[in-house]
Ligand binder design. Structure first.
Ligand SMILES: [Zn+2]
Length: 161
């Protein structure tokens, strides 16, 4: 099996917290290593944040998806450095987040920490930038809760790192 085919299979594995996102959209798959002459594969991933409970599900789902497609031993290696940042989210991933009603991360993660997270978050429903942070913690630790002053709707902002 080619590594392209492996990526096709990985593209069917979604994030348990935000099911519209695949693990490729999240940018957590670092590398796929195939062992010549066998059906064994090693998948190198970087978790979105350490201690994220969703990561256990993601590992189980990666293994299940690959073995369903006839792969043999599936080894999952977790690499913590360099750490995942929202910069690794793909453009299509950001678009899917917005469609799902979650504001995608704004700007570069490096810049954010320098500016002390003073960001203009756009409302995913009406596109207004007149929004207000309600709580640093939304429905999960990865999201903050915002309120739109234009359409008056609350929404989640994907803020992890
Ligand atoms: Zn709005």
């Amino acid at each position: 099996m080619s590594s392209n085919k492996i990526y096709d299979i990985l593209a069917t594995v979604s994030d348990p917290e935000i099911p519209v996102l695949t693990i490729l959209d999240l940018g957590i798959v670092r590398e796929v290593r195939l062992t010549d002459g066998t059906d064994d594969v090693e998948v190198v991933i970087t978790p979105t944040y350490s201690g994220c409970p969703a990561m256990d599900y993601i590992e189980v789902n990666i293994r299940a998806a690959l073995q369903e497609h006839g792969l043999g031993q599936v080894k999952i290696t977790t690499v913590l450095s360099p750490a995942w940042t929202t910069d690794w989210l793909t453009e299509s991933g950001k678009a899917k987040l917005k469609e799902y009603g979650i504001a995608p991360p704004v700007g570069s993660a490096d810049k954010l920490s320098l500016l002390g997270e003073k960001t203009e978050v756009e409302c995913p429903r009406c596109g207004a930038k007149n929004t207000k942070l309600v709580s640093q913690f939304g429905s999960t630790a990865c999201k903050a809760l915002y309120h739109c002053r234009e359409c008056l709707e609350p929404f989640d902002y994907f803020k992890c790192h």
